[in-house]
Design a protein around this ligand. Structure first.
Ligand SMILES: Cc1cc2nc3c(=O)[nH]c(=O)nc-3n(C[C@H](O)[C@H](O)[C@H](O)COP(=O)(O)OP(=O)(O)OC[C@H]3O[C@@H](n4cnc5c(N)ncnc54)[C@H](O)[C@@H]3O)c2cc1C
Length: 414
């Protein structure tokens, strides 16, 4: 007996993993994607000889689901150095992670990122989270705001402004640090035990590698789904596809499932700018954290210092990725951001060329409380309809991969 047809909607990381798991169980799913290519939020464009990710994002090597599904060696990952380069209004300085780079202990102790007591607390927190399981990062912290957690641990305003707001604000895409502390603990653990990296071929190499694992799945791009009812998937052009084996909705479901209209996913957005500098900028593979309230910039990174392949042609100069403090889709911010970047990087006035901007309104889902995993009934709408996507758990690639697996397992268990 052939296996009944299963349809997956959305070919982001979650949908691709769902397909991998269903293939393992002997199914040949149909994967429908609204846009012209797979990958969802993990996309890389080639512009003027540069690799530009659609929004600055890093691959954390310690994510449990990354270890499960990705061949990190084949991705040829290039790592950022732990620590950061802080730019305040008056000054700038580097700091290292003394737990990861013991040789930098003195430099770290002397850096102006925080008080000595802050640094001791930071080291203690790092050590504690190293021995805490990922699961245990979540219970009890899923509804506490990160900023309240940091105050409760006794951190000073200095280290909150100079390190936590730009660093975790850049990860959570909100500098108020209202994201649940569970997420802070999880990400802090990932950073202190693993590496923050870029695949040599850009972040889109991640979904490409997932898709390469598929053998019998049929992927149809440019195929938007309008609605789902029972076991019928209706496409935007009115075509109906019967899916007696089940349906996994691996994208925000509210536009597709009439019963969920009125509970839309809320999103955090970001604006990411790319500049080419005709002067090489040696920033030592660190993420630059901007703690200057007059600047539009939250973080910037010299990408080719980390991953030289992001500069595809043999040429001098540097490729700089800039993430703004908030999503700022209005015109006129590029000139202002360029001035801020010149100031922070101390590059001469005519050295920057603007390359591209990405306004990604739907970057990370706003979720509270967040979760690491759930029981199989959580993602089950009916016996035949299941939900996947990072919005089911927490805003991370790990959650997207995990949700795809859990939705497939849930479908297979019914
Ligand atoms: C700028 C930015 C920075 C980020 N930084 C990080 C980071 O540093 N670390 C980290 O862990 N995560 C980061 N993320 C989050 C990470 O990229 C996501 O968690 C992950 O890619 C989400 O995968 P997904 O499959 O759940 O959703 P998506 O990637 O959104 O996939 C959903 C897919 O469904 C398709 N679709 C939607 N509607 C329909 C329809 N009606 N019919 C058919 N198809 C449809 C979409 O086109 C899309 O391809 C970042 C994201 C962005 C945008």
């Amino acid at each position: 007996m052939p296996h009944p047809q299963i349809t997956i909607i959305g070919a982001g990381a979650a949908g691709l993993v769902a397909a991998i798991e269903l293939e393992k169980a002997g199914f040949s799913p149909l994967l429908l994607e609204a846009t012209d290519r797979i990958g969802g939020r993990l996309k890389t464009d080639e512009v003027d000889g540069f690799l530009l990710d659609r929004g600055f994002q890093v691959l954390l090597t310690e994510y449990p689901e990354v270890k499960r599904y990705l061949d990190v060696k084949a991705l040829d990952l290039k790592a950022f150095r732990p620590g950061g380069h802080v730019h305040t209004r008056q000054t700038h300085f580097r700091f290292a992670d003394p737990l990861r780079e013991p040789a930098q202990l003195v430099r770290s102790a002397l850096s102006a990122v925080g008080t000595l007591s802050d640094k001791i607390k930071l080291a203690r927190l790092g050590l504690k989270l190293r021995t805490t399981s990922v699961e245990d990062c979540f219970p009890g912290y899923a509804e506490v705001r990160t900023i309240d957690y940091l105050w409760s641990l006794g951190f000073s305003e200095q280290i909150v402004e100079r390190f936590f707001r730009p660093f975790f604000g850049g990860i959570f895409l909100e500098r108020d640090l209202h994201t649940p502390a569970a997420m802070f603990r999880f990400i802090f653990k990932m950073f202190s035990t693993g590496k923050a990296t870029l695949p040599a071929a850009g972040i889109e190499a991640v979904p490409k590698q997932l898709a390469e694992q598929l053998k019998t799945t049929e992927i149809r791009c440019n195929t938007a789904v309008r609605s789902v009812s029972g076991t019928t998937v209706t496409l935007a052009d009115g075509t109906e596809i019967d899916s007696p084996g089940g349906i996994i909705i691996a994208c925000p479901p509210e536009r597709i499932l009439p019963q969920l209209v009125g509970t839309p996913t809320e999103w955090k957005g970001t604006t990411n700018l790319y500049f080419y500098s005709n002067r090489g900028l040696k920033e030592n593979r660190l993420i630059n954290l901007v703690s200057d309230p007059t600047s539009l910039i939250n973080t910037f990174s010299v990408l080719d210092e980390v991953a030289p392949t992001y500069k595809m042609k043999q040429q001098g100069g540097s490729l700089i990725s800039v993430t703004l403090r908030d999503m700022m889709p209005r015109e006129g911010i590029i000139g202002q951001a360029e001035q801020d970047l010149l100031r922070h990087s101390r590059l001469p006035n005519d050295s920057l060329k603007f390359l591209a901007r990405y306004d990604v309104a739907q970057s990370l889902p706003k979720i509270s409380p967040v979760a690491y995993r759930y029981d199989p009934t959580h993602c089950r709408v009916t016996d035949r309809i299941f939900l996947a996507g990072d919005h089911q758990l927490n805003g991370s690639l790990d959650a997207a991969l995990r949700s795809g697996r859990l939705a497939a397992e849930s479908l297979l268990s019914v």
